[in-house]
Design a protein. Structure first.
Lengths: 576, 305
């Protein structure tokens, strides 16, 4: 039993119109002062529900069906709503994912902190202000005295999260629940925030419950960890032990799916596969003659470029400027340079990984290549022929078919009002790749087979599929155009790790089968490591380093690349 | 069949919420009765108010049949010309609904196409369309309708104008309603056009017309349908107002507006039924359509729930 917090047999249920849904089932958890306990699991595992149950903020109509939560040995469930409200904030605080929304944008930092302090203790304004100042300094806000009177929007993302943490400390709590505190932040800032949390746990003896989907974060700072899946507890124990020598099958599969930074694997193996369905009519439904071998043959039948020696895509001195002129403005403004001086060559059949933090211009590069964004200077060549910019590229230009793209968010990249058959069939129809409707149908069914989806999926609508399945459909849509060059813009960042591993495996298989050249964009270094032959690092719109992937990950040259590599949380830290 | 219905009852959002909202159910029934009565008027109405031979001036001013001087032939009484009021209301609702639906359809087609194009292309086209919409919005709906009616009255020979009266009325009402559709369509298109499925279509080089019609339109239909239902009530009311003012349908043609206008002349002389029954039908129809529109808005926009 933990002396700070102990949760026993906690069960939370939500009545829905489909019957009672059990969000978490018989969860046990204990915490000592100064301990950081991680809750890790994929979406729908019930991580956030546990946090909400401890702090007593389960959203109606949900309720605690069973079990108990004890803080300092005192049961919280027997408390009245009023007493709970007093306790919340005084003893338990919470840090949310998005620092943008957890601060009131209309109040200064000083107002928000002083108000919180005076809510919970009877002190004068100046005393409260002095306390707030001390807290801001403690959480690493430089020049706190003057910054206190600023508004949240004047702080950067990382600084704002520090303010949120200072706010959580205002009442001197014993327990802080941090729900994905670093998910919205770049790796370098994530590293600093995690260090701050660790420091607070040690100096103040505050217990932390850290909710995250990122195993790297868990490995980096937690003392103990609980692995959850579908609301059930899979495995719990000391972090080094659980992640180092996992006992439960699920933990093993989860660990196998985490992309490694230290070496490149051919494929992810031993990962969690979707449950093999029983041969229901659903799965037996087939379009006549459709199969994955047909899809492979059909995709390979397309005319290939006669062996061209040089790079598939070559970019020279590319520059993209935004907001150079307004609709009705008669003065040309300076604009913002999203990309400067980009030089890049992608060789046939190779994968070029593009790494960069948010705002580095990764997506702009992709959009410039596919013609969605008009570059302001530079040249692009595709298969040795110049590639026209933006709208200058005619609708019937060959590159419209040969360059295809897989987007980041599978929830917005498929048209929700069209059937899968129409979504995948659109490129076939538009590029005239099939003679009639029946042939198009056969191709769609076969390509679905190829991306490991049941053929019957073509009769359904996108909302009937999960994120991973949607991404497979998006890959199928890109594939039927018979592209030579594929751009993947963060194709897995919206997915859980086990699904990410499946999609990455699929992309590797397809790349090998069809000899595709891929531009693979990601902020996740480990994912890029697994996918790429070549690597390019972008920072603030400039290319800081390019080179062969293996050499890059062994010994990066540029200072920024070194920084990125060292700050990515990795599983290596549990060994130490 | 029963099992299927049970599943639909739970899984279909619209039906699930409908079965849990008694107010909406009552509104749906009232609207259905009005629409059916209007559609089937030639079959169920006791007399035909367009047929001059079917009514007699001697029958005028009969009160409802349950009162002392009532006549069992006329369930809710007769008007100043001896027309059966029930038949007149049924035929009147028919006309009001016809004008209402067609003017909303006109406004929806005009407004939606301009709105999607403005949202998709942006730039100057967008600026011009939306400034026109702003001008339109600063004119009261009734003024637009009066203006169109007056202008056509001026440029068309009298007989031709009589023939085209319904078309003129429809265009007049439609013109004052298209702005709602255009603004909503434009705003929703702004949101949709930056989504990745639209970009995917653009990368392939699909024609903008196809992107707008096949990709964007189905995705913004929800809010437009809500505007459609709410505007239907507005259009019916506008028709009644115009007819009441004497610039809508000719006074001898029964529509809810003309009936109310005739009725007001007699309200102080004791013949209350001539105005009360048409007015009640109008009020019930408008309220029920509004409630249905509100229901659709709640269902289609989860944030309002």
């Amino acid at each position: 039993m933990g002396s700070l917090l102990s949760v026993t047999d906690l069960t939370v249920e939500y009545p829905t119109r489909f019957g009672v849904f059990t969000a978490i089932e018989r969860i046990n958890l204990s915490l000592e002062p100064g301990e950081i306990h991680g809750l890790v699991g994929e979406s729908g595992a019930g991580k956030s529900t546990i946090g909400a149950a401890i702090i007593g903020l389960i959203a109606a109509p949900g309720y605690i069906a069973n079990g108990d939560v004890k803080l300092h040995g005192e049961s919280l469930r027997s408390l009245s709503a009023d007493a709970y409200h007093k306790l919340r904030g005084a003893k338990i605080s919470m840090i949310f994912q998005d620092p943008q929304t957890s601060l009131n944008p209309l109040l200064t930092i000083e107002d928000q902190m002083v108000e919180t302090i005076r809510q919970h203790s009877d002190v004068s304004y100046s005393e409260a202000r002095a306390q707030a100042l001390a807290l801001l300094e403690e959480t690493g806000i430089r020049d706190a005295q003057s910054r206190m009177s600023e508004y949240p929007h004047q702080f950067s993302g990382g600084m704002r999260q520090r303010v949120v943490i200072a706010l959580a400390l205002c009442t001197n709590p014993d327990l802080i629940i941090a729900d994905e505190p670093t998910t919205a932040l770049d790796v370098s800032i994530q590293k600093q925030i995690l260090a701050l949390i660790r420091e607070l746990a040690q100096t103040r003896k505050v217990g932390f419950i850290l909710i995250t989907h990122d195993i790297g974060v868990i490995a980096e700072i937690t003392d103990s960890v609980t692995v959850l899946r579908g609301g059930k507890l899979m495995e719990t124990g000391k972090t080094a032990q659980v992640l180092g020598t996992p006992q439960h099958e699920y933990t093993k599969a989860l660990m196998a799916a985490v992309p490694r930074l230290d070496k490149r694997l051919d494929r992810f193996s031993n990962i969690l596969q979707d449950e093999p369905d029983l041969p229901t009519p659903e799965l037996l439904w087939k379009v006549e003659g459709a199969s994955d071998t047909f899809a492979t043959d059909w995709l390979l039948r397309g005319e290939r470029q006669a062996a061209h020696d040089g790079p598939v895509l070559s970019v020279r001195d590319l520059e993209v400027t935004f907001n150079a002129s307004g609709t009705f403005s008669w003065r040309k403004s300076e604009g913002f340079k999203a990309l400067k001086n980009i030089n890049l060559d992608v060789m046939p059949g190779q994968v070029m990984g593009v790494i960069g933090e948010s705002g580095s211009g990764k997506s702009t590069l992709a959009k410039a290549i596919v013609g969605l964004v008009r570059p302001s200077a530079g040249q692009m060549q595709f298969n040795g022929a110049p590639l026209p910019y933006g709208r200058d590229r005619g609708r019937n230009h060959a590159a419209r078919r040969k360059i295809q793209m897989v987007f980041q968010d599978p929830y917005s990249s498929l048209n929700n009002r069209r059937k899968i058959e129409d979504i995948i069939g659109e490129p076939i129809r538009f590029f005239g790749l099939a003679d009639d409707r029946a042939e198009r149908r056969k191709i769609v069914a076969s390509v679905l087979d190829l991306v490991e989806m049941p053929q019957r999926a073509m009769l359904k609508y996108p909302h009937q599929f999960s994120g991973g399945q949607r991404q497979r459909i998006a890959v199928a849509r890109a594939l039927v155009a018979r592209p030579e060059f594929l751009i993947c813009d963060e194709p897995t960042s919206a997915l859980d790790v086990s699904i990410q591993a499946q999609i990455l495996n699929l992309l590797k298989d397809l790349q090998g089968k069809f000899g595709l050249s891929i531009l693979f964009i990601s902020h996740n270094l480990a994912v890029v490591r697994q996918m790429s032959d070549q690597v390019a690092v972008l920072k603030n719109g400039e290319l800081v380093e390019t080179g062969a992937a293996d050499a890059f990950f062994e010994a990066p040259q540029h200072a920024y690349s070194k920084l990125l590599l060292s700050e990515t949380p990795s599983l290596a830290s549990i060994a130490a | 069949m029963l099992a299927y219905w049970r599943r639909v009852k739970i899984e279909n959002e619209l039906i699930y919420l409908f079965l849990r909202s008694p107010v909406t159910q009552v509104a749906a029934i009232v609207a259905l009765v009005s629409v059916l009565g209007a559609l089937l008027a030639p079959l169920i109405a006791p007399t035909n108010p367009y047929d001059l031979a079917s009514f007699d001036l001697l029958d005028s001013f009969y009160p409802p049949s349950w009162t002392d001087q009532g006549d069992p032939r006329f369930l809710i009484g007769t008007d100043d010309q001896g027309r059966d009021l029930l038949s007149a209301i049924l035929y009147g609702t028919r006309l009001s609904l016809l004008v209402g639906v067609s003017s909303v359809a006109f406004a929806a087609v005009l407004g939606t196409s301009l709105g999607i194009a403005a949202g998709y292309f942006g730039g100057r086209f967008d600026a011009v369309v939306m400034r026109i919409a702003d001008v339109q919005l600063s004119l009261p709906a009734i003024l637009t309708a009066l203006l169109v009616d007056g202008v056509t009255r001026g440029i068309m020979p009298r007989e031709q104008h009589e023939d085209l009266l319904l078309v003129v009325l429809t265009v007049a009402i439609g013109l004052s309603l298209w702005v709602n559709f255009a603004r909503t369509a434009r705003a929703s298109t702004f949101v949709e056009r930056n989504k990745e499925y639209v970009q995917a279509a653009e990368i392939m080089g699909l024609h903008p017309m196809r992107i707008m019609a096949v990709a964007i339109l189905p995705n913004i239909l929800g809010p437009l349908m809500v505007i459609g239902t709410i505007d239907l009530a507005v259009a019916i009311l506008l028709e009644a107002t115009l007819s009441f003012l004497g610039v809508g349908v000719p006074p001898n043609t029964p529509s809810l507006g003309t009936l109310i206008r005739v009725g007001t002349e007699y309200i102080f002389s004791g013949e209350w039924w001539i105005v009360i029954f048409p007015a009640m039908s109008l009020i019930f129809l408008i309220i029920s359509v509004n409630i249905l529109g509100d229901f659709f808005r709640t269902v289609l926009n989860p944030r309002l729930r």
